[in-house]
Design a protein around this ligand. Structure first.
Ligand code: NAD
Ligand code: MG
Length: 399
């Protein structure tokens, strides 16, 4: 039986953060919250900290701290409040914690996720942008420090479950033996079957209305453009040491098969389940054992059928751009992710049309390709290119 674990939840007020707290609360005999972090919604953070008896909370600045203090109920013992990005990374590496849920959205979560890896923690990685921006650095940190890495993204969690990992959750440096391909499933999002040209008038609310999953706004838009699947291809490349040409995307509108592994003998193993992130989260927390996640059984006879299609790269240019970035190298992946974060922010704020998202990404990739190559061996190198790409994308006059 796995020892008792104290967990840090980075991004606890988000969709993944909330689901993580739900799973932890089901297992007081083996899981407890050590620290929580949030960037906004301090009232919610206070409620979470009270309910989970967190010892520490991490907030972005003094203003957020004041809001947290104001929201804290009188007479209750308050958690220690830490402030700022450095405190976030230090908390992820804190000797008091065993496992870190990396559930901040965007490359902003990279320094803290990397700190957890460097401190040899069990890292539950939801924050895919961290891996897209700094895959080799992050995987090396897992390897060098004996950290455990459990993929939480449902597709990667499914693949991990279907691979022969022997109860170890490390960082492979070659594809698992006998594996021919990884098959990443994609729902196709809310605009599957619609032409890109029909999408000029799409509003943030329409883009965020995912047919199967309830998620944060940024990943919901990414699912609509299918850039999310592109980020996941890059994520799979790093997590499973798999070359791009052995990762295939299959559109599967029901989101019941979360992904598959194809072996040399023709076998395909798949993981199925309800579209509820508590399944991969509890798998990561309990590994190598199985925990009750609160997710009910899947009634296959009610479901009746499962459908599969090829993704249409012309209709979803973001997916093609991500494959292009992966082949071009790490600098291109950083530029792809940064440009997308800038474009999606602008779209959600009503400053950019939906169909401009791939154009901002493409232009930023072209800019990065024209730059003289820079070394990307450290976190600072990665953050510098990420910042420069954001400036470029933001100055396009579009965003
Ligand atoms: P969300 O927007 O619901 O929550 C994001 C969390 O990060 C919040 O707690 C927020 O306060 C915090 N945050 C935002 N900006 C920050 C910053 N600059 N610094 C520190 N903290 C910040 O997002 P989500 O849907 O929970 O997604 C979180 C991550 O998990 C993303 O990388 C996403 O791609 C990945 N993921 C999510 C799902 C899902 O079902 N929601 C599935 C797979 C992967
Ligand atoms: Mg996913």
């Amino acid at each position: 039986m796995t020892a008792f674990q104290r967990v840090v939840v980075l991004g606890s007020t988000g969709s993944i953060g909330e689901s993580t707290l739900d799973v932890i609360a089901r297992h007081p005999d083996r899981l407890a919250v050590y620290a929580l972090s949030a960037y906004s919604r301090m009232e919610r953070l206070a409620e979470q900290a009270l309910a989970s008896r967190a010892a520490v909370v991490v907030v972005p600045d003094a203003k957020a701290r004041d809001k947290f203090v104001a929201a804290w109920p009188a007479g209750q013992a308050a958690p220690e409040i830490r402030i700022g990005a450095q405190a976030l990374a230090d908390t992820a590496a804190d000797a008091q914690c065993d496992a870190v849920m990396a559930a901040i959205v965007g490359a902003a979560g990279l320094p803290a996720a990397l700190a957890a890896a460097r401190a040899g923690k069990r890292v539950l990685l939801a924050n895919k942008e961290a891996l897209v921006a700094a895959g080799s650095l992050f995987m090396q940190a897992i390897r060098d420090n004996g950290a455990e890495l459990l993929p939480i993204d449902s597709e990667h969690n499914a693949i991990f479950q279907c691979l022969p990992h022997g109860g170890r959750a490390g960082a492979p440096d070659a594809p698992a033996p006998g594996v021919r391909r990884l098959l990443l499933t994609a729902s196709g999002g809310p605009f599957r079957g619609r032409d890109l040209e029909d999408l000029h008038e799409v509003t943030p609310a329409q883009a965020c209305a995912h047919p199967n999953w309830s998620m944060g706004r940024k990943i919901s838009v990414d699912s609509a453009t299918m850039l999310n699947k592109g980020l996941e291809v890059i994520e799979a490349h790093w997590l499973f040491a798999m070359p791009a040409d052995r990762i295939e995307v299959v559109v599967h509108p029901q989101s019941v098969i979360h992904s598959m592994v194809e072996y040399d003998d023709g076998s395909i193993l798949a993981q199925l389940g309800q579209p509820d992130m508590r399944t991969p989260i509890s798998y990561g927390l309990g590994f190598p054992e199985r925990l009750d996640s609160g997710v009910g059984p899947l009634d296959l006879t009610r479901l009746g059928r499962l459908d599969f299609e090829k993704p249409d790269l012309a209709r979803f240019p973001c997916l093609a751009l991500a494959f292009e970035a992966l082949r071009a190298g790490q600098g291109a992946c950083i530029a792809l992710n940064a440009a997308n974060e800038v474009a999606v922010d602008a779209f959600l704020a009503g400053r950019l049309g939906y169909t401009w998202i791939p154009r901002v990404i493409e232009a930023t990739l072209e800019w990065q390709g024209g730059q003289s190559s820079v070394t990307l061996n450290s976190l600072d190198d990665v953050l510098a290119l990420d910042a420069a790409a954001r400036v470029y994308a933001g100055n396009l006059g579009l965003a």
